[in-house]
Design a protein around this ligand. Sequence first.
Ligand SMILES: C[S@@+](CC[C@H](N)C(=O)[O-])C[C@H]1O[C@@H](n2cnc3c(N)ncnc32)[C@H](O)[C@@H]1O
Length: 203
Amino acid sequence: MSSEHYFSETPGSDFKPKEINVEINGLAVSVETAGGIFSPDHIDQGTAVLLEHLDKVPPGGNLLDVGCGWGPIALSLASRAPHATVWAIDVNERSLELTRRNAARLGLTNVHVCRPDEIPANLEFEGIWSNPPIRVGKVELHSILQTWLPRLADGAESYLVVQKNLGADSLHRWLEAELPAGFKTIRVDTAKSFRILRVKNRG
Ligand SMILES: C[S@@+](CC[C@H](N)C(=O)[O-])C[C@H]1O[C@@H](n2cnc3c(N)ncnc32)[C@H](O)[C@@H]1O
């Protein structure tokens, strides 16, 4: 078994891009994926559940996809909100390359793909969507969420999908306890084995 994780910075396997057919914002498209990243064969089930919660995507401003993989969330946001700027971040270089290629393929010029440390320091987000990397462990996961969620603009919302048996309810409690005052987390959906948590900065 390979010791490679989907969250490795530099996947050990050779880069062999392949095409898969998926639906992005209701459009049938073909995108590139590869081994060594998260869910390379199809849109992950949890991500698919999250993508049903795009009705509140703000039409403009800066939006963030934390942990973009090959880009299903960032591409959907960018297609849905062509006047918004979508920031797609990941630590896995192959994921960044594939999201860049997929945005270009779909003609989505409003996607900025970069490493987390390349996001401008003073940027606030009108919305954050994520299928967060639960498997990095609690300490790292909490640090990722503490880095990005407090950067929601006043009144802005974040939608997170977490599998029930991978700690969705304990993460919900942690968010309620640890995010700054004014942030409120509620469960807005349970579908299949997933929960959708909505974090709002009430200002
Ligand atoms: C569960 S996957 C979701 C991927 C993609 N959004 C999707 O829905 O298919 C989580 C992603 O988070 C990335 N990741 C891990 N640690 C990260 C970090 N510190 N900052 C940003 N992304 C990270 C992983 O490399 C992985 O691509």
